[in-house]
Design a protein around this ligand. Structure first.
Ligand code: F3S
Length: 402
């Protein structure tokens, strides 16, 4: 791998131990994956923030780092709401460790708003063709697929290293040849809302790490694309997808349709929704906001909850910036007894571990909640989730339509 004279000096430790370690990580990855050089990045998004996932070993590693990031960098969700951690009954011991992790990242100049939807925040604009080092898998998928930017699915340490250097190794999805569709997915019936999360949950398992191209009967909006990508990244390892006529790269470049073709049937989606009726117990907790809710989703939830009172725990996850920007939605949602929670999510917070059955409207949460939180997960669309929280199992009794 070619290094400039300055990069060689950094690798030799002439710019300090932190940068030596950082470039060492990027060069090692570059050598493994055949990168020719390091390339500049526009921004970084760093996972490995929740004390639940990184523990003391992770805290120790980041505590030893010195210096400042060279590009805008932001954190992925932490294990708790940083301003109101007691609300979801996080223990003081956990909170103490989590605060230490955040303070350590802050010292490196990283923006400590913890969200998996950085692309919705001011100052984090991402455009077609930008090279990035993002690590949360749904954000990676959104950046590559919906925005047409270029990032590999970085690990926490490699995203942090890239932020400290302002560069990443040029391999994988930074290169044109790895962005070409490899598997063609056909859906011959209309899709709406959470159908996209269910579709992603199915296709991720079939596609693995291949690049799918979708041929759909309906045009998804950005929230639906967000849900589709998040689910495929969790049930499989899809970091880039295209939707014919919709996503930017396939609209600019004339990709040939791949030979491998799969048709998805309505009954396959029905099976995902059937998790609600087949659950061994009633959902005790309902969560929305995986990935973090957009302004449009908050508006929709506020409308659905207006004038109602929840009878079950309902947690809505979003970014702090959106909470500040849309106080009227938050007020309406919280008047119902639901909790709007920032900086964290149902998967990376230990708060979810207290529940044995969790209802979600996210294919990603459906894939991760059982393993990460030890709870059964069931699926419904946003309306079914709200109905379950308000009416307690109404959606299930009525058979749940989507
Ligand atoms: Fe975001 Fe947590 Fe889901 S990080 S994509 S809300 S698992």
């Amino acid at each position: 791998m070619y290094l400039t004279k300055e990069e060689e000096q950094i690798l030799n430790g002439e710019a300090g131990e932190t940068l030596r370690q950082a470039i060492g990580i990027l060069v090692a990855l570059g050598d493994i994956y055949g990168a020719d050089r390091l390339i500049p990045i526009k921004s970084a998004q760093i996972a490995g923030v929740s004390y639940k996932t990184i523990g003391d070993a992770g805290l120790e590693w980041i505590s030893d780092l010195q210096g400042r990031v060279k590009v805008p960098a932001i954190l992925n969700p932490a294990g708790m709401d940083l301003e109101d951690w007691e609300r979801l009954r996080i223990s003081p011991e956990f909170a103490e460790k989590q605060k230490l992790i955040i303070q350590t990242y802050a010292k490196l100049g990283i923006r400590c708003e913890c969200t998996c939807t950085p692309y919705t925040l001011e100052g984090f604009d991402t455009s077609y063709g930008d090279h990035l080092a993002w690590s949360e898998s749904s954000a990676v998928s959104y950046a590559n697929s919906v925005l047409g930017a270029r990032t590999n699915r970085e690990g926490g340490p490699s995203a942090l290293s890239a932020a400290l250097l302002g560069k990443t190794a040029n391999y994988g999805l930074h290169l044109d040849e790895n962005r070409v569709p490899e598997i063609s997915i056909h859906v011959e019936f209309p899709l709406k809302g959470s159908d996209y999360g269910a579709l992603g949950y199915i296709v991720g398992k079939l596609a693995g790490s291949k690049v799918p191209v979708f041929h759909l009967k309906t045009t998804p909006d950005v929230d639906e694309l967000k849900a589709l990508g998040a689910a495929m990244a969790a049930s499989g390892a899809v970091a880039l997808y295209h939707v014919e006529g919709v996503t930017p790269e396939i609209r600019r470049l004339n990709f040939e349709d791949p030979e491998e073709k799969i048709t998805i049937e309505r009954k396959q989606l029905d099976e995902v929704y059937e998790t609600l009726n087949k659950a061994t117990r009633e959902p005790e907790l309902i969560t929305i906001g995986c990935p973090h809710c957009s302004a449009t989703e908050l508006e929709k939830i506020a409308k659905l909850l207006k004038g109602k009172t929840v009878s079950k725990e309902l947690w809505i996850f979003t970014s702090r910036e959106l909470v500040k920007r849309y106080p009227e939605y938050i007020k309406t949602i919280e008047k119902s007894g639901a909790k709007v929670v920032c900086d964290t999510c149902m998967v990376v917070s230990p708060a979810t571990n207290r529940y044995s059955c969790v209802m979600v409207n996210s294919g990603k949460a459906l894939a991760y909640v059982p393993g990460m939180c030890g709870a059964e997960a069931v699926y419904g669309n946003m309306e079914m989730c709200i109905e379950e929280a308000v009416g307690g199992n109404t959606a299930k009794k009525e058979g749940g339509s989507h």
